[in-house]
Design a protein around this ligand. Structure first.
Ligand SMILES: Cc1cc2nc3c(=O)[nH]c(=O)nc-3n(C[C@H](O)[C@H](O)[C@H](O)COP(=O)(O)OP(=O)(O)OC[C@H]3O[C@@H](n4cnc5c(N)ncnc54)[C@H](O)[C@@H]3O)c2cc1C
Length: 505
């Protein structure tokens, strides 16, 4: 087991200050930075990752949590990116993180608002997506082929679907993460298991191609360290780290609703935006009785906020579109919370923006800083490989394609893990270690009322997953904090976990 916690942080900071030099300094602890740290450390490079706030503090926790098979890229003719996405989905679901990615059925209902032409186009798209699945060697036992399903089956999967003139639905499958922030923590801990030093609340300042000043955000102390290569993975903040880089972020918003609004939700529900042929709004099952409704795409102007916020117009647009497929509309009052993330798009200059949410870019500036921006959660592994290759450091070849994350195992092996199923779904083979954290105290294994998460998980997060305060616990190691009332209910348990876990905070 690899443990991130307050003691490890103190030790690693002191060690880094003593040595004063690493091979690779990674700036940013989102999925990109965590992936780079794993890639570099597993190639035998002495690696330090510094994150100003917490793992997954930025965009990486605000995604739709889908592991895409590349269908949307096919629609825009980007066959190369589409294939890369399908391949990475296959690697995540079959080798590196089958414990964190599950197959998600997705329905496009054929109702009166969906024209026959639109249905045919969607069906052709699904078949093309299936070709990608097969070319990436993802067996149908992992992701079944798409098909048309009758109205009765649609009603079973989404009971609140509008019934009038429901002709059935097109059903396809994609990957869905248990949680995006948990993927980041899993990758970062696996990097630590390969020797990377992972330091949160540690900002990189005065960054150059051969080092940076590190500021301990808890004490204000600074130390300069040298590095043979510096990789900037600071997402929408990448332009602050490497000033030549200009980003033009775009905001994507989701709503959080009770899944009873759909009569329960066993599948993703995809609804075409009226008047368009390639825009959709979807509802996704989010676990613990919740569903997410997304997604918008709005230019974010002005300074980059720490935590972006949804606008009233975005909420209205999402409700209006999803309600077009429901028998009883979801109202404003049913929206429990919203969350928004910023896509790190590179500004192409001359007014047009290069949409790097579709692909990723690795740029080395005059100072020698290697920046890696754009891409997707799904493709973090190839982004990391390209960034480490770009440093030109002599090292072993990339090996992350075959490197399971901590807790990973095949579904068959996972079915034999001796722990409660909800824990196996979140921790894989590490679930028994979460149970052990309870030290035989059964109360710690009882879910916090109505929230599904157990206090043992909060203790585990403090001891092994680098949670340093209540926000880390409620906003990133779990997602309880998304809904304000849930947050208040869980706060005492989070405070107890921080107080009781012996980590020398
Ligand atoms: C709304 C939305 C939905 C999406 N849905 C999906 C999806 O379903 N599937 C998918 O594959 N992709 C999806 N994406 C894309 C994906 O989420 C992003 O591409 C990815 O999370 C970007 O990760 P990152 O690590 O590059 O950036 P971030 O996650 O933002 O990480 C950057 C980190 O750098 C840190 N940092 C900044 N400055 C410094 C500094 N000076 N020193 C140290 N640390 C610093 C920040 O605190 C932050 O934690 C979505 C994106 C959005 C916006």
């Amino acid at each position: 087991m690899s443990s991130l916690n307050a003691d490890q942080r103190t030790r690693d900071l002191a060690d880094l200050a003593d040595r004063g030099v690493v091979d690779v300094l990674v700036v940013g602890g989102g999925i990109t930075g965590a992936g780079v740290a794993l890639d570099a450390a597993s190639r035998g490079l002495r690696t330090a990752l510094v994150e100003k706030r917490d793992l997954a503090f930025g965009t990486s926790r605000w995604s739709s949590k889908l592991v895409h098979g590349g269908l949307r890229y096919l629609a825009s003719g980007d066959v190369g990116i589409a294939y890369e996405s399908a391949l990475e989905r296959s690697i995540l679901m079959r080798r590196t993180a089958p414990h964190l990615v599950r197959p998600l059925p997705q329905l496009v209902p054929l109702v009166s608002g969906v024209a026959a032409r639109q249905a045919v186009l969607t069906g052709i798209g699904f078949l093309a997506g299936d070709l990608l699945r097969r070319s990436a060697r993802t067996p149908s036992a992992v992701l079944p082929a798409p098909r048309r399903v009758p109205a009765a089956q649609v009603r079973r999967m989404v009971p609140a679907i509008r019934q009038d003139r429901l002709r059935g639905a097109l059903l396809s499958w994609d990957g869905q993460l248990t949680d995006d922030a948990r993927l980041v923590v899993g990758v970062a801990r696996t990097a630590a298991a390969h020797g990377a030093q992972v330091l949160t609340r540690c900002a990189a300042e005065q960054v150059t191609g051969d080092g940076a000043v590190l500021r301990d955000e808890r004490t204000g102390e600074t130390t300069r360290i040298r590095a043979r290569a510096v990789i900037n993975a600071a997402g929408v903040w990448a332009g602050e780290v490497a000033p030549g880089l200009r980003l033009r972020p775009s905001r994507g918003t989701h709503l959080v609703v009770d899944d009873s609004a759909f009569g329960g939700l066993d599948a993703g529900l995809t609804v075409p935006v009226p008047g368009t042929t390639n825009r959709y709004v979807f509802a996704l099952p989010a676990g613990y009785g919740r569903a997410y409704v997304g997604l918008t795409d709005e230019e974010q102007t002005g300074p980059v906020p720490d935590v972006p916020a949804a606008t009233t117009e975005e909420v209205r647009f999402l409700l209006r579109t999803i309600n077009s497929a429901l028998a009883r509309p979801i109202r404003d009052a049913d929206v429990l919370a919203t969350f928004s993330g910023l896509r790190p798009l590179l500004d192409g200059g001359d007014g047009d923006s290069a949409d790097l949410s579709r692909s990723h870019a690795v740029r080395t500036d005059d100072a020698g800083i290697v920046s890696v921006v754009g891409g997707k959660l799904t493709t973090y592994r190839t982004m990391a490989e390209d960034a480490v290759d770009a440093t030109g450091l002599p090292a072993r070849p990339c090996r992350t394609r075959d490197l399971p994350l901590l807790g990973a195992a095949s579904p068959r092996q996972l079915s034999t893990v001796d722990a409660p199923l909800p824990l196996v779904a979140r921790y894989g083979t590490e679930a028994p270690a979460v149970v052990a954290t309870a030290g035989g105290d059964e109360r710690l294994l009882e879910p916090i009322e109505g929230l599904g998460i157990t206090p043992a998980e909060l203790h585990y997060a403090v001891r092994h997953e680098g949670a340093l305060d209540v926000e880390d616990l409620l906003d990133r190691r779990t997602r309880i904090g998304l809904v304000a009332a849930d947050r208040e209910r869980a706060r005492p348990a989070a405070e107890r976990a921080l107080h009781e876990a012996p980590t020398g905070r």
